[in-house]
Design a protein around this ligand. Sequence first.
Ligand code: ATP
Ligand code: MG
Ligand code: MG
Length: 286
Amino acid sequence: VVRWTPFIQNYTKPYPWIQLAGHSGGFIAGKEGTVIKKSSEKEALCLQSLMSDLLRPYVPALKGSFVENEVTHIEMQDLLHGFSSSCFVMDCKMGIRTYLEEEVCKQGKARKDLYLKMISVDPSEPTDEENNTKSCTKSRYMIWREQLSSTSSLGFRIEGVKRGMNPPDTDFKKVSSAEDIGSLFAKFINYKRTLQEKYLQRLKAIRTTLECSEFFKRHEMIGSSLLFVHDETDTASIWMIDFGKTNLLDVGVSINHNSEWVLGNREDGYLIGLDNIINIWSNMLL
Ligand code: ATP
Ligand code: MG
Ligand code: MG
């Protein structure tokens, strides 16, 4: 039996593309249905190996990569393609830390820009020495940021949200409790139970797949995100994105993604974050 599904094909429908993290100019338009990320060879290799992993349905499809001005450009599936312009998008950065072990060890020189960012959030945070030099190191800044948000305590944090036609909101640096995050999730789906169920189903599918994935077993995933997208037709999905700081583990090193991080053990806490996200979505009363 042949079943005909009515559909409208519109290959030229323009829609505004939206970026919730990273620096502006980090992405450019690709061909229909793709975006190009200015990134690294390392991220391209990760996406390439993900194309033959069980996680493939949960990551943007890799279309190709090329080097321009010494920068690796990755052309990948635009996950917003197919959703309406007024779609809702949320980026949750996963893991109990968002910096690499070598970034913590490397003391680096103290920076004025990071000091300014710090006092714009909390003027009482800098130490006397930081106030005197009006600067702070990157590792100091990053560790402070993670304790301020839910990264250290819950293993993930909200990086940005776009709700329909409203401009994106990225001001979640101090959101740290499960209660506050639950309220933001509920507002994100306009308190709709259908969307809660769809997102939960997808989260659980990702959780189950991670347990069997060879890629996940062999990589430390730092600063990677889950991208939530839905629109007014109640189509909803979640993808794993951003493998810029995902590292292949050395032979002999294995992690369980579920333990505390101590310098040297390479644990990323990805599953701690995912389990907390699943719990928060499950406990949401709508
Ligand atoms: P950072 O490391 O600061 O998080 P980045 O430069 O590594 O940023 P990404 O995190 O990969 O960039 O992407 C930034 C944003 O761009 C995401 O939050 C999301 O809104 C959007 N984005 C990234 N990849 C895609 C994609 N394949 N389809 C649709 N949107 C995407
Ligand atoms: Mg990112
Ligand atoms: Mg990144």
